[in-house]
Design a protein around this ligand. Structure first.
Ligand code: G16
Length: 557
C-alpha cells in the first residue's frame, strides 16, 4: 500500500524545552499535532545514504502515561511511510528513559522517540511529551531541536499508511508495509547492563543479612517507591527478583496511565509513602524513589534526605567500590545550579570537574568524548557513561553497592563525607505557575542589574560576582547563552535564578541557594535554617514576594 500524504498546517507552539516537547494531553490530542511533530523529526533527520534515518532502526518507548498507546500507533504508521527499516518498541509501549537510551546504543539504532513528560503529572488533564534521542542514546542537542522547531513552522504535509493498530503487548516480530516491527522486553537488556556494572553478589548478601550495611542490628531493609510510574517493573525485577530484596520492597510498582494520581516527581513533597516510611517508627535502612520515566532518583536514609547534589558527590567519591567504576573516574560533570559538593570530590580525586547548563543533553559531548564518567543535576538526576540519560535505578544500585561494600549505615557515610570535605547546605525554592509576564520582567530586571551588583551589600551579604551563565561546550565549541543568573557573595555562598524549561502552564521560577560549611560542629542544621539569611537575601535581590504576591514557594526541595 502506498503511503498517504496528509496535508497539514503548522502549529506555532512546538518548540522543545529543556527536555523535549511537553504539552497538556489536550494540546497533544488535537488532530495532526503528534503527526506534525513526528514528521518534522523525520524531515530533519532524513538524509542521503547512511547519514539519514531512512532504512535505519529506530527505538520507540515511553513511561506508559495516558495517550502513550495512541501516540505510538501514529508513530508506527508514520515510520513505515517514511522508510524506517526497523522499529524496536518496548512491550506495552514501555521503556524507561535510561532503558531506551541503552536499547538505542546496544542495537546501534539511528535514534529513538521517547514518549514522556517525565516528572509532570499524567492522566487526561495531565501532561504528555515527545523527545527525540540520537544514535549515542542521548537527548538531541540544541542544534537538532532548533532545526525540528524550525521545521514545525514550515510543514505542509505528513506521510502515513492506512493500517490497523499493531498489538503492542505481544513480544515478537511482525512486518508492516515493508518495515519490521519488534516488540521487545523493556526490562531484560537494562537489567543485564546493571548486572555488568554492580556487584550483585555483594548486594544480595546485604539483603540476606550477611553484611550489616549499617542496619540497626537486624537485616538490611530498603523501600523503593516507584510512584505508579515506569520503574515499577524494572525495580521489581532487579531488586526483588535478582537481588533478593523481600517482596513488598517496591511500593506502587505497577505503571498506571495517570500514575494512580501520584505526582511522579521524587522529592520530599511528592514521594509521600517513601517519606512516611523513612521518617516513621523503625524506618528501613535505605529509601529511594524514581520519577515518571525512570531517569530521576531520590535517596533517603533513616530520617535523612540526601540532596541530589550531595548524592552526586558521595557517589563520585565512592564509585570505585562498584566493579563498573573500579578503574576510577575520568571526570565529574554537574549542571550549573547543582551545588559545588561534586567539585570538591573532583579536586580530591585530581580529576576535572565540569559545569554545564541545566539539561542532560549538555552532558552528551563530555560523555562521548570520554571526559566525564559521572554526571548529576540538582533536579534529582544522576548518571554515568553507561547510557546517555540520567538513570534513577542505576543511582539506587550504586548506592546499594557502596552500602554493601562499606558495611556502614548511610547516615554515617554521609556525615563522614561532610567532615572530610565540608557540607554544602543546599535548597531549591520553586514558585510555580506565576504569570509569564511577571516572571519575564523579574528576570529582565535582574539581568539589567547585574553590572551594578558586585560590591553592593544586601543585609549582611556583600555581592562578589553577578552574571548570566553562558556555556561554551569544550568539545564542539557551541555557545549557549542565558542559562541562569548567578550571584555569588563574599562569604562563598551563592544564589541562582532561572525559569524552568519543562513546565506546561505559567512560568516556574527556580531559586537555588547554597552555603559551604567546613566546620563539623555546624553541619547538623536543617538546611532551611542554615540558609535562612541567604533565602531572605535572594528574595530581596529579585523582589520575588513583592512581584509575585507569594509569601512562600510552592515547592521546597
Ligand atoms: C529535565 C532535564 C534535566 C533538568 C530538568 C529540570 O529533566 O532532563 O536536565 O534538570 O528537566 O529542568 P527545568 O529546571 O528546566 O524544569 P526530566 O527528568 O524532566 O526529563
Amino acid at each position: 500500500m502506498a503511503p498517504v500524504i496528509v496535508p497539514t498546517t503548522p502549529f506555532n507552539d512546538q518548540k522543545p524545552g529543556t527536555s523535549g516537547l511537553r504539552k497538556k494531553v489536550t494540546v497533544y490530542s488535537q488532530p495532526h499535532y503528534v503527526a506534525n511533530f513526528i514528521q518534522s523529526i523525520f524531515d530533519v533527520m532524513s538524509g542521503s545514504g547512511d547519514d539519514g534515518i531512512q532504512g535505519q532502526t529506530v527505538v520507540v518507548g515511553g513511561d506508559g502515561r495516558f495517550y502513550n498507546p495512541e501516540a505510538i500507533q501514529i508513530i508506527v504508521r508514520m515510520a513505515a511511510a517514511n522508510g524506517i527499516r526497523r522499529l524496536l518498541i518496548g512491550r506495552g509501549g514501555i521503556l524507561s528513559t535510561p532503558a531506551a537510551s541503552h536499547v538505542i546504543r546496544k542495537y546501534k539504532a539511528f535514534g529513538g522517540i521517547i514518549l514522556s513528560a517525565s516528572h509532570n503529572q499524567g492522566g487526561p488533564d495531565g501532561d504528555f511529551g515527545i523527545k527525540y534521542n540520537t544514535g549515542n542514546g542521548g537527548p538531541a542537542p540544541e542544534k537538532i531541536t532548533d532545526a525540528i522547531f524550525k521545521r514545525t513552522g514550515e510543514i505542509t504535509e505528513y506521510r502515513t499508511v492506512e493500517t490497523p493498530d499493531i498489538d503492542l503487548d505481544r513480544l515478537g516480530t511482525s512486518q508492516l508495509e515493508g518495515m519490521t516491527v519488534e516488540i521487545i522486553d523493556p526490562v531484560a537488556d537494562y537489567a543485564e547492563l546493571m548486572e555488568s556494572l554492580f556487584d550483585f553478589d555483594q548486594i544480595r548478601s546485604l539483603f540476606r543479612g550477611g553484611s550489616q550495611g549499617g542496619t540497626q542490628g537486624g537485616k538490611f531493609r530498603m523501600v523503593f517507591d516507584a510512584l505508579s510510574a515506569v520503574t515499577g517493573p524494572y525495580a521489581t525485577e532487579i531488586l526483588e527478583k535478582r537481588l533478593g530484596a523481600p517482596a513488598g520492597t517496591v511500593l506502587n510498582g505497577t505503571p498506571l496511565p495517570d500514575f494512580g494520581g501520584h505526582h511522579p516527581d521524587p522529592n520530599p513533597v511528592h514521594a509521600h509513602d517513601l517519606v512516611a516510611a523513612m521518617t516513621g517508627p523503625n524506618p528501613p535502612d535505605f529509601g529511594a524513589a524514581s520519577d515518571g520515566d525512570g531517569d530521576r532518583n531520590m535517596i533517603m536514609g533513616p530520617s535523612l534526605f540526601i540532596t541530589p547534589s550531595d548524592s552526586l558527590a558521595l557517589l563520585a567519591a565512592n564509585a570505585h567500590l562498584a566493579p563498573g567504576y573500579a578503574g576510577g573516574l575520568r571526570g565529574i560533570a554537574r549542571s550549573m545550579p547543582t551545588s559545588r559538593a561534586a567539585d570538591r570530590v573532583a579536586a580530591k580525586l585530581g580529576i576535572p570537574g565540569f559545569e554545564t547548563p541545566t539539561g542532560w543533553k549538555f552532558f552528551g559531548n563530555l560523555l562521548d568524548a570520554g571526559q566525564a564518567t559521572l554526571c548529576g543535576e540538582e533536579s534529582a538526576g544522576t548518571g554515568s557513561d553507561h547510557v546517555r540519560e540520567k538513570d534513577g535505578l542505576w543511582a539506587v544500585l550504586l548506592w546499594l553497592n557502596i552500602l554493601a561494600a562499606r558495611n556502614q549505615p548511610i547516615g554515617e557515610i554521609v556525615r563522614q563525607h561532610w567532615r572530610e570535605l565540608g557540607r554544602d547546605y543546599y535548597t531549591r525554592h520553586d514558585y510555580e505557575d506565576i504569570d509569564n509576564a511577571t516572571a519575564d520582567a523579574m528576570m529582565a530586571d535582574l539581568r539589567a542589574s547585574l553590572p551594578t551588583l558586585p560590591g553592593t551589600r544586601i543585609g549582611d551579604a556583600e555581592v562578589k560576582t553577578a552574571d548570566d551563565f553562558e556555556y561554551r561546550d569544550p568539545i564542539d565549541g557551541s555557545i549557549s547563552k542565558r542559562q541562569g543568573i548567578r550571584i555569588s557573595f563574599a562569604d562563598g555562598s551563592r544564589v541562582v535564578y532561572r525559569l524552568s524549561g519543562t513546565g506546561t502552564g505559567g512560568a516556574t521560577l527556580r531559586v537555588y541557594m547554597e552555603r559551604y560549611e567546613p566546620d563539623p560542629a555546624k553541619q547538623e542544621l536543617d538546611s532551611q535554617e542554615a540558609l535562612a539569611g541567604l533565602i531572605a537575601t535572594a528574595d530581596a535581590v529579585a523582589g520575588i514576594s513583592k512581584r509575585t504576591g507569594r509569601d512562600k514557594p510552592s515547592v521546597i526541595t
